[in-house]
Design a protein. Sequence first.
Lengths: 309, 294
Amino acid sequence: MTTTVVASVAPAESTRGAEVTTPRRRVPAWLGLISFGAYVVLFLAIPAVLAVASGFFDGAGDFTFANFAAYANPTILQNFVASLWISALTAILGAVLGAIICFALLGTRSDRMLRSTVDSASSVLAQFGGVMLAFAFIATIGVQGVLTKWLVSIGITPNVFTNFNSNGPLLYQIPGLVIPYLYFQIPLMVLTFMPAMEGLKSTWAEANATLGGTRFTYWTRIGMPILAPAFFGSLILLFANSFSSYATAAALISQGGIIPLAIRQQLTSETIVGVANVAGVLALGMVVVMIILMTAYSALQRRASRWRR
Amino acid sequence: MSASSVSAAEVRAPRLAASRPGSAQKTPRYAAAPSRLTRWIILGVTGVLFIIPILAMIEFSLRVGQTGTYGFEHYAAIFTAGQAGTYDVLFQGILNSIGICIVTVAIVLVLLLPTMILVELKYPKLRGALEFICIIPITIPSIVLVVGFIPVYSVVARIFGSNAWTLAFAVGIIVLPYAYRPIAANLAAVEVVTLSEAARSLGASWGHVLWRVILPNLRSGILSACFITIAVVLGEYTIASFLSQNTFQTALVLVQHTDPYVAVIFAVFALVFAFILLLVIGRLGSLGRNRRAA
C-alpha cells in the first residue's frame, strides 16, 4: 500500500517539471477530466437528483411533502413488504447455497477450465440473465413448461406449478419470483464470496491441526468466524441486488406486486394513488433502502478486509 | 489481484504435498478444502439444477405445436419468415443493440479510459473520487435512474432525435462499474507512472507514451472492459423499455407474446454468446496473470 503511494507521488512532481517546458499540456489534460465529469453530471447526477427530487413536487410544480401519502396506500405498502421479503428470502437462500458452492470450489485452481466455466456461467446468470432467465423458467415451470408437463404426465394434474394458492400458475405470482431470482442470486454469491473463501490461509488449517483440532473445529472456530463479515457483506449485496432487479419480474408479471413493478405502473399510467409523482416517491424509498444497505455493506467490507493481507 | 492468486497458490501447495503419501482420501484431514467426493457431489447437484432451465429452453424451442413431436420448424421459421417480415422487430432490435454497443464501447474508450489514465498519471489524488463515481451506478437501481432519465431524454431527443443509439449515454452509466474494474485492476498491476517516466526520459512524446507504452500494457484490461460492456448492453432491458426504444431485450419481450418459441431460441443463443464472451474474458485475465508471474 505504502509503496504505491510513494511511486505515484514522486513521478507526479517530475511530470509537473515536464509541463513547465510545455505549458500547453496543462489545458488538454484538464479538459480530459472535464469531458468525463460533464458526462457523469449529465447522465448520472442529474437523473439521480431528478428521480429523487420529483417526489417532492406536486402536479403544479410546487414543493410539497403530500406525495409521501403514497406510503399510506395499502397497495404500495404491500408492494414494499413483498419487495423486502422476496429480497430477504432470496438473499438468505442464495447466500447459503452460494457459500456451499464456494466451499466445493475451494482448492481448485483459478486458472483451470472448471473455475473459468463456473466464473463465466455465474457472470452470465448474475449480470446478463434478466429477461432471458424469465423465458428459461417459462419453458421449465410455466404452464407449458417441461417440468409442469412432466408432472401432469405422471398424473399430478393440479400441481404446484399450474395452480399455486388457487391463484393460477406459480410463475406469474410474486412468490413464484423466488425460483428465477435464486438463479441470479446464487451465481452472484459465488462471484462475490469466492475471493474471501480463497483468502483462508492454509497455515491456519495447519495450526489448527497441530493444536489437535479437527476439520469441524477448523470451520467452527476459525473458518466461519473469519468469513462471517464477508458472508454478511455478500448477503447484503444479494439483498440489494434482488431489491433493485426489474427485468425478470417485468417479463413475468404484467401488474404490480413489488416496488419496481409499482414504479412501472406509475410511469405508464397514473392509477394507484391520487397524488402526483408517486414514481419519484417510490424511487426515493428505494434509494433510502439502498443507502442503508450500502452503508452496512462498506462497514462489513472493512471488517472483512482485516484478514486479507 | 496478484495477492489473491498468491494466497491461492499457498492454499494449493501444501495440499499437493500432503496428498502424495497415497492415502485413499486425497485431501488431508485437516485441510480447509473439501474431499474430492464432497466437491463433486455439490458441484454435480448444482450443475444439474442450473442446466435444467437451459435444457428446458432447448426442448421448448424444438416442440412442434402441441402435438408432442419435435423438429426444427421454429428454427427454419426464423429464416423463411425473414422475408415475410414477421420478426422484423427482433432483427431491428438486434441491429439497434449492436449500434448501442458500438457507441457505449466508444464512450468507455473515449471518456472513461483516458480519464482513468490521466488520473493515474497526473491526478493520483482523484483516484478515490473516480472509483466512488464509477461504483455509484451499482447502488442506484436502474428503475430509479429511469425515473430521472425520462425528463433528461426529452432534452436529448430534441438535440439528437429519438434514435436508438442515444440510449448509449444512459447505458454507458450502467456499464461504468463493470468497465472500471478490469481497467483499474490492470492499471494497478502495471507501473504506468514508472513506464511513462522511462519512455519520456528516453525522448518519447506523450502521444508515443500513450500509444506505444501505456495502451499495449493495458490491453487485457481494456479488452475485458469492452467485452463486459457488450454483454451488459445486450442484456439491458429496464432503460430501453421505459425510454420506448426497440433493443434486443425489449424485442424479445414483444416477440414472446406472439411467438414464444422464437423468443426462446434467441434467448438461448444470447445466453451462450454471453457465456463464451465472458469465458474469453476469463482466459484473458489468467493469461495476463501468467505472463506477469513468469
